[in-house]
Design a protein around this ligand. Sequence first.
Ligand SMILES: Nc1ncnc2c1ncn2[C@@H]1O[C@H](COP(=O)(O)OP(=O)(O)O)[C@@H](O)[C@H]1O
Ligand SMILES: Cc1cn([C@H]2C[C@H](O)[C@@H](COP(=O)(O)O)O2)c(=O)[nH]c1=O
Ligand SMILES: [Zn+2]
Length: 191
Amino acid sequence: MYRPINHGYIEAVIGPMYSGKSEELIRRLKRAKIAKQNVVVFKPKIDDRYSKEDVVSHSGESIDAIPINKANEIYDYIDNKVQVVGIDEVQFFDEEVVSVAVDLANKGIRVIAAGLDMDFKGEPFGPTPKLLAIAEFVDKIQAVCSVCGQPATRSQRLINGEPARYNDPIIQVGAVESYEARCRKCHVVYK
Ligand SMILES: Nc1ncnc2c1ncn2[C@@H]1O[C@H](COP(=O)(O)OP(=O)(O)O)[C@@H](O)[C@H]1O
Ligand SMILES: Cc1cn([C@H]2C[C@H](O)[C@@H](COP(=O)(O)O)O2)c(=O)[nH]c1=O
Ligand SMILES: [Zn+2]
């Protein structure tokens, strides 16, 4: 993939839970660090599953991050030395994360954002769809369906082992105790 040097742009890594978004984000950010680039990583404070301060993948890969509540707090950590900004769990941020990403890219920063494209209902999640529309590069990746083994594009929320209901709250932080990766055919939401 061609990526211009010294120009700002936005990369989005999206997909269901367990598809490897955080692993891919961490991989890109670690390579940028190897290239001696100045990297800053952000995560929403609400995501305290594996760590309050690090981005951690389901497989245990990790990188230091700054936990923030709102997208515009990113500016508190940006100076003219910053070259790469990573944002994990972008779906949890307010819509302003899109204009912040655009602004940083316009300033010459490489912005890499990872997050869920769809919620547990299979519907577009938070600011992610807008981010996809304005990103230069989008990688939509799949997990493995926990039922049939086919590529999984959706996140199945389970409550006491049963599929969640359509009117359940959108935000519920969790991992294997409450979510599975599923393909379109095996994904179930009770209406
Ligand atoms: N159903 C699954 N499909 C693929 N990987 C899975 C699955 N369940 C657990 N994993 C693990 O999750 C890892 C990906 O974790 P992570 O990068 O945190 O994903 P994401 O950020 O997309 O939720 C995989 O490398 C694998 O070890
Ligand atoms: C589908 C869905 C997920 N969530 C939460 C569950 C996890 O805390 C994160 C996703 O983490 P991952 O790094 O992609 O595995 O999002 C939610 O709040 N609502 C949902 O509908
Ligand atoms: Zn399936």
